[in-house]
Ligand binder design. Structure first.
Ligand code: AMP
Ligand code: MG
Length: 262
């Protein structure tokens, strides 16, 4: 998933075996969800235009599609072709050619992706899914479960801006500067503070506005606290796209989640 996972535990006994089991699960999920790995399950399904997927991948795609509908398309895992183009642009320090951007945009749109049970269909040619905005929260949640089933219940799993918080009292700082004592929840932060690129004097974030197919240039960040770390991850990205002004309708659909803009 192109990120570093950190496990922290408050344990009376050595948590090494539990950590090992959790890292194995993270590795297994990386092999399923990564769009960086050519042979990941995600990339194989994209090349095939769909098919039956694992329970893990189905869980992530299903949650992503719900969030896409709830956010009126602000959250969209079919942006893969556009994301890849802007990733290359960031590396090269050069904007993509308009023709390339249009061609990539033609291969996107969450309404062209369907999932029924574990059966996935990509309805346009050469679609590319990217679950980077929700998969880390899911993997963190799963790693926390593995730790708990190995007796380590007071634990924290961090995957860059995404935390899965287990039992115990954890002091967590949010992007707005507030610090909360939390347990049994997910905390995710999205924004341009860590990953961005300056091209021709404009600061571009790594998050794409699906309506323009261009990266957002707004300087805000948003942290979400929600009972489920996967939901926190997806919501934070969606709310970053929508911004504070348009966040209310989406948040009304997730009453257990709280968002803090910074
Ligand atoms: P996050 O750090 O959770 O906000 O996720 C950011 C990542 O999600 C980016 O690096 C892209 O891979 C992907 N992404 C970018 N824009 C969107 C979007 N509008 N909807 C869903 N995923 C996106
Ligand atoms: Mg996210």
């Amino acid at each position: 998933m192109g990120t570093l996972f950190t496990l922290t535990a408050l344990a009376n006994q050595d948590p090494a075996r539990a950590f090992q089991a959790a890292f194995l699960r993270i590795g297994e999920l990386d092999q399923k969800l990564s769009d960086y790995k050519d042979d990941s399950e995600l990339n194989r399904v994209c090349r095939a235009g769909g098919g039956e997927v694992s329970e893990d991948l189905a869980t992530v795609i299903d949650a992503a599609q719900r969030l896409a509908a709830d956010s009126d398309g602000a959250f969209d895992i079919t942006l893969g072709p556009v994301i890849r183009l802007w990733r290359a642009a960031r590396r090269a320090g050069k904007l993509p050619a308009p023709a390339d951007l249009n061609a990539a945009a033609d291969r996107t749109g969450y309404t062209h992706l369907s999932i029924r049970g574990r059966e996935v269909r990509l309805e346009l040619p050469q679609m590319q899914l990217d679950v980077g905005a929700i998969g880390k929260g899911f993997a963190a949640r799963e790693a926390l479960k593995v730790l708990a089933s190995n007796g380590v219940t007071h634990a924290l799993v961090a995957a860059s801006g995404d935390l899965a918080v287990g039992g115990g009292d954890w002091r967590v700082g949010l992007c707005c500067g507030r610090v909360f004592t939390l347990s049994h929840c997910g905390v995710s932060t999205s924004g341009d503070s860590e990953q961005f690129a300056v091209i021709d004097g404009v600061r571009y974030s790594h998050i794409i506005d699906p309506h323009t197919h261009r990266p957002l240039t707004t300087p805000h960040t948003v942290s979400v606290v929600a009972p489920d770390p996967m939901t926190a991850d997806g919501l934070a990205t969606a709310l970053y796209v929508l911004g504070p002004g348009r966040s209310r309708a989406l948040l009304a659909r997730y009453p257990a989640a709280k968002a803090y803009f910074g």
